[in-house]
Design a protein around this ligand. Structure first.
Ligand code: SF4
Length: 363
């Protein structure tokens, strides 16, 4: 039986020959405790793809409502209608947030919410149209695959129809949320009502077939095992081979407060960096790996630029989902803060758009 060091050395050889690593090799890397060597290898992949650049976007998150028809056990964001802490934005509230964002140059809104029990489908269509009316060039990344599935069931339309109608109203791409962890047993325990993993994968496959780009996430640091993580990444890698629509992979560090898994605590820095590094080494078919500072913390995201990550997400401006779960990062970063985080890591800040085209390079 090979040691994790021997497996790591095989992986090094494969990477230098541009060969794909296996899921068993990825699993063995979770047992490999030489984090610096692992980081160097992930960094080699990252620099081959992106040289010294780190990407970010000037964006605004709009969590349009936390009222949710279901309850996932890992979630501290959702509320029932009328419950203390519940909120829902009107279309005017959303448009006024867009207008505020435009003043600081946002190029994207990232808009998600709970499974709202009473909104009509027209509410979503009208929201998209209202945003496009005041900001025709603004990229709208909205509605997780879980929300799309919910719309399909609630409004008795096929997912294709839901996606097409949203697209015609102004939807540009899909965020990667809602994937959580694909393992059926763990999924039942943390987010059973959301349904099986194939829902998320099928929705992204359909979206890609309709020409949407999207991102992929993995929620880690709760009750899943390393094997569960690798299986999750393998399912995403397989779908990407087929559809090619994922622009980025985003490991999401679990924030526990107010959830049923509060006793698990926060993820460790070593786990955060190792998970990012393994993802960078594993995904030979997804170009970008994002360090999502909202969930991992700003300091960890900065370090992540040497452990495989090439994208620091964005300015965000407002955030509820993670902060209602005890998120310890700020709710926004100024562009100047992002530049400092990138430059201190010895990287070059590149402002990107939602499809990873360069908006401005700060050489
Ligand atoms: S994770 Fe989403 S679907 Fe699940 S309870 Fe929270 S808001 Fe609702």
């Amino acid at each position: 039986m090979q040691t994790s060091r021997q497996i790591f050395e095989n992986v090094q050889k494969k990477i230098s020959q541009k060969e794909r690593i296996t899921s068993d090799e990825a699993l063995a890397l979770f047992d490999f405790n030489d984090l610096i060597s692992l980081g160097k290898l992930a960094n080699q992949v990252r620099e081959t793809l992106h040289s010294n650049k780190t990407y970010y976007i000037v964006n605004r998150h709009i969590d349009y409502s936390n009222i949710c028809a279901i309850k996932c056990k890992f979630c501290a964001f959702a509320r029932k209608k009328g419950e203390e802490g519940s909120f829902e934005f009107t279309i005017d509230d959303i448009v006024s947030r867009v207008l505020q964002g435009l003043k600081v140059g946002i190029t994207e809104i990232h808009m998600v919410g709970g499974f709202h029990p009473t909104h009509s489908f027209d509410f979503y269509l009208e929201t998209l149209r209202a945003v496009k009316k005041v900001a025709p060039k603004l990229h709208i990344k909205a509605f997780t695959a879980a929300e799309i599935r919910y719309f399909s069931k609630k409004f008795r339309k096929t997912e294709e129809k839901v996606l097409e109608e949203l697209k015609n109203a102004g939807l540009d791409s899909l965020p990667g949320g809602g994937a959580e962890i694909f393992d059926p047993e763990i999924r039942k325990k943390i987010c059973g009502p959301k349904g099986p993993a194939h829902y998320w994968l099928d929705t992204h496959k359909r979206a890609h077939a309709l020409g949407f780009k999207s991102t992929a996430t993995m929620l880690y640091g709760h009750i899943e095992t390393a094997q569960n993580r690798v299986n999750h990444m393998e399912a995403i890698r397989n779908l990407q081979d087929e559809s090619g629509g994922f622009m980025c992979f985003i490991p999401l560090a679990f924030n526990p407060k107010g959830t049923e898994f509060e006793s698990k605590g926060y993820t460790s820095g070593i786990d955060d960096l190792k998970t990012l590094a393994i993802a960078r080494i594993f995904f030979d078919n997804i170009k970008h790996i994002k360090a999502y500072w909202i969930m991992s913390g700003v300091e960890m995201a900065q370090l992540a630029q040497h452990f495989g990550a090439d994208d620091l997400h964005g300015t965000v401006m407002e955030e509820n989902i993670t902060h209602m779960a005890g998120g310890r990062a700020p709710v926004m970063l100024l562009e100047a803060n992002l530049h400092r985080l990138i430059r201190e890591a010895g990287r070059i800040p590149i402002q990107r758009d939602s499809l990873y085209n360069t908006v401005r390079s700060f050489n």
